[in-house]
Write a protein of this length. Structure first.
Length: 168
């Protein structure tokens, strides 16, 4: 009997917890004005030093059907190659890997941060199924010495031109 009353007490507690439930209601206050945030633009310009010597690097990438690529183990990522839009071609990833690896080799050998005025030479050997891409890069070493904050009225000319176009 005791076991039955204990089981009945547990069952009634379980039923009560299902019937009685909690609810939460979130209300947004409609009193007050919307939050206004203004941010000031900060323009920065890198301070670079260069040497009057040419640095160079090279890399080779091998590709099968443009899907499987191998070659360099290190790359410089985030390099701008001078074209604004992304070229979508069948071999563009292999081309970029070759450029990145050549840039990495040139900058690490010269202990430079960037290559100034780089010139890339891509040589492709395409055998339909297999492709080999060689890349050579030459340029001047750039060494980052700091960053200079520019006041908004003395910002670079290209930024001013872009903002003028956007305003029109």
């Amino acid at each position: 009997m005791k076991k039955m009353s204990f089981a009945l007490a547990i069952a009634s507690c379980a039923l009560a917890s299902l019937v009685v439930s909690c609810s939460t209601k979130i209300e947004a206050s409609k009193v007050g004005s919307p939050l206004q945030v203004e941010m000031e633009k900060v323009y920065v310009q890198p301070i670079l030093e260069t040497k009057n010597e040419v640095i160079s690097g090279s890399a080779s990438v091998h590709s099968i059907l443009g899907l499987i690529s191998w070659g360099p183990s290190s790359q410089a990522v985030g390099v701008d190659y001078g074209f604004s839009g992304k070229k979508i071609t069948f071999t563009s990833p292999s081309d970029e890997v070759a450029r990145n690896a050549a840039t990495y080799e040139a900058t690490t050998n010269a202990k430079a941060d960037v290559i100034l005025a780089p010139q890339y030479i891509l040589t492709k050997k395409d055998y339909v199924v297999y492709k080999k891409i060689n890349c050579e890069v030459k340029g001047y070493p750039g060494f980052l010495k700091g960053i200079q904050v520019i006041t908004p009225d003395a910002k670079p000319a290209e930024t001013k031109a872009a903002e003028t176009k956007a305003a029109e």
